[in-house]
Design a protein around this ligand. Structure first.
Ligand code: HEC
Length: 142
């Protein structure tokens, strides 16, 4: 009987703990914001040479932070086929960023992130949603 009580107490503790955990985590912890992660990676590792704001971007590629434009250019990305995407091939072969880049190279996990992003269909960052909010229309009684 004592054992049963113990079990019940354990269950209760676990349930309470579980709920607290859920309440504390981000709104949707299971969805990985690949677009956002990739954009952050490009911002630190690529934008120094491929950003529109620098006068003469390298390789005439100056929009690495415009994921929409990158994803829409079949010469760079063919979602969801990473192995056919020039952007991935350059990264996989270690050609981009160049070996002497002052911003450092990509580690295995960072490379994998780019691959995952393309394989997921090269999505936009989820957090741009707030920019596209519809204006609130007045309530009607129909
Ligand atoms: C230190 C500067 C530098 C950094 C950092 C850099 N690149 Fe480049 N990138 C270049 C240069 C230079 C070229 C042109 C190479 C050539 O024409 O042979 C180029 C060319 C490219 C091209 C080919 C453009 C085209 O349309 O032919 C792509 C794609 C590219 N880079 C992607 C990236 C990505 C993605 C990163 C970050 C992971 C990155 N680069 C980081 C210097 C850089």
């Amino acid at each position: 009987m004592k054992f049963l009580l113990f079990l019940a107490a354990m269950c209760f503790a676990m349930c309470v703990g579980f709920h607290t955990e859920l309440a504390q985590s981000s709104p949707n912890p299971r969805v990985r914001d690949l677009g956002n992660d990739v954009r952050n990676l490009f911002a630190t590792k690529c934008a120094g040479c491929h950003n529109a704001e620098i006068g003469k971007p390298e390789g005439r590629f100056g929009y690495v932070l415009n994921l929409q434009k990158v994803a829409a250019n079949p010469e760079l990305v063919i979602p969801p086929k990473a192995s056919e995407s020039e952007l991935w091939l350059l990264i996989q072969d270690g050609e981009m960023p160049p070996a002497d880049s002052p911003f450092g190279k990509l580690d295995a996990a960072q490379k994998q992130l780019v691959r995952d992003w393309i394989a997921a269909g090269a999505p936009q960052p989820l957090n741009t949603r707030k920019l596209r909010q519809q204006p609130v229309s007045p309530k009607t009684n129909h």
